[in-house]
Design a protein around this ligand. Structure first.
Ligand SMILES: [Zn+2]
Length: 95
């Protein structure tokens, strides 16, 4: 039974990861994950009529500045902080 469950999990995890990658790419999100947080940041859309995927444009004369495009700059960033894992089990004293 455990081998069957492990085989099922081994088959489902790559499919789930591939589906998540497709959803992130289709909705123009970039995923960053480490042991402290999972961060989703919007990226510029290639189909944007204003920036055409560049994310912005330069404005100004002598000191040009980057003007961010609204296709990503006005969208929310999402950050999910991961809780720290206790190093000592709760039922044992620390010493
Ligand atoms: Zn744009």
């Amino acid at each position: 039974m455990r081998a069957r469950t492990a085989a099922l999990v081994a088959a489902v995890v790559p499919v789930t990861v591939a589906a998540a990658a497709v959803v992130l790419k289709a909705s123009h999100w970039e995923l960053y994950a480490d042991r402290h947080r999972i961060h989703l940041a919007p990226v510029a859309r290639r189909s944007c009529p204003d920036c055409r995927g560049a994310g912005g444009w330069w404005v100004g004369g002598a000191n040009p500045e980057m003007e961010p495009c609204g296709c990503w700059a006005e969208r929310r960033e999402l950050t999910l902080r991961l809780l720290p894992r206790p190093t000592v089990p709760y039922d044992e004293p620390p010493f």
